[in-house]
Design a protein around this ligand. Structure first.
Ligand SMILES: [Zn+2]
Length: 357
């Protein structure tokens, strides 16, 4: 399942990047821009908003039109190997939902970029980065608020409630809500940390709450609490914000120095949008190992914290094995897979760190 979702995600990105390469390096991008200007712009310079939005939508529609069938095809092939774990139908329906969201996000980001190119000129990337940083931090805080407002029920096993209350008080000096989370189709997380500061909360999947032993739940909650104690979500948002500025700066350099050679006629040319989109996307993916390395370091520290606080190695190992089975975790991922996709160290590594094997 893990691998299947990842494959369709990668297919989506690869198809998108390939499409944008075609747009910026062949006459396709210019041809589309000219058509759009005739239909929506009346030939005006600089292009009006109708032309900009139409151009962005056309680019996104072609991307999605190519990516969804490709991802479905790959999923269908994968299904034959892991029939127990996921159906093509579920991948397609999850894919369709993602299509709407990611298409809307892509058009919105393109529109913001266009506005900033107009307002901030050569400093658009710096302004975009400075605007993006609080958005990233704000989204992290807001995630905690919406999760609490979403009608999630607090965990209600009597003995457990008492132990968890003591644990959160000890770790954070205040109660942190531990909520049961039914999860939505397509997500299979067992435990999650969300929100920052006062909006912080811990979510536990239903199977975990219903089937796992008290000791195992406590050790999992201790791990999630460590993320709050260490302010991991703040750190993640801060790193993401710094990388965002760097990535946008790189995209600006590409558009400035490579763009003219590919026929981009300055910041008021529609063709600058796919160019910036391509450079940003590729650079963001190339920096993914940096972001995931931070995540894995945070997970190692959270594991250590959980062991220190509970002192319960047995429950920790049992919980890890259950989690690995639940997620069909890969036991021996390649180094590259780990660098680009793994937010957690491998189960082997985590068990070893807990002093077993
Ligand atoms: Zn964690």
């Amino acid at each position: 399942m893990q691998r299947l979702r990842r494959t369709s995600q990668v297919v989506g990105v690869l198809v998108g990047v390939a499409w944008l390469i075609v747009v910026v390096t062949t006459p396709v991008g210019r041809w589309m821009a000219d058509r759009v200007l005739v239909v929506a712009g009346g030939g005006e310079t600089p292009p009006g908003w109708a032309a900009v939005l139409l151009y962005l939508s056309a680019l996104v529609v072609v991307w999605k039109g190519l990516a969804l069938p490709a991802a479905t095809l790959v999923a269908a092939r994968g299904e034959r190997r892991v029939r127990r774990h996921a159906s093509t139908g579920s991948v397609v329906s999850a894919g369709l939902r993602d299509v709407w969201i990611s298409a809307a996000v892509a058009v919105a980001l393109g529109a913001v970029t266009w506005a900033l190119l107009d307002v901030a000129g050569p400093w658009w990337w710096m302004v975009a980065g400075l605007l993006g940083a609080p958005v990233l931090v704000g989204a992290t805080a807001l995630a905690g608020v919406t999760v609490r407002a979403g009608g999630r029920t607090p965990v209600a096993r009597p003995v457990l409630v008492e132990r968890l209350a003591r644990l959160t008080e000890q770790a954070c000096g205040r109660p942190v809500p531990v909520l049961e989370w039914a999860g939505t189709a397509g997500t299979s997380a067992t435990a999650l940390v969300t929100g920052v500061g006062q909006s912080g909360a811990i979510l536990l999947g239903r199977t975990l709450v219903e089937d796992w032993s008290d000791d195992e739940v406590v050790v999992v909650v201790a791990h999630e609490l460590a993320h709050h104690v260490h302010r991991d979500l703040w750190r993640k948002a801060a790193l993401d914000a710094c990388l965002l500025v760097a990535v946008l700066g790189a995209a600006h350099l590409v558009a400035t120095y490579v763009g003219p050679g590919l026929g981009v006629e300055g910041r008021q040319d529609l063709l600058v949008l796919p160019m910036i989109g391509l450079a940003t996307w590729v650079a963001w993916w190339l920096l993914r190992p940096v972001r995931l390395a931070q995540s894995r370091a945070q997970e190692r520290l959270a594991d250590r914290y959980a062991l220190d606080v509970t002192g319960d190695r047995e429950a920790f190992r049992a919980a890890l094995r259950r989690m690995a089975a639940h997620h069909f975790a890969e036991e021996r991922p390649s180094t590259l897979t780990q660098m680009f996709f793994h937010r957690h160290p491998t189960v082997d590594e985590r068990l070893r760190a807990a002093g077993s094997q």
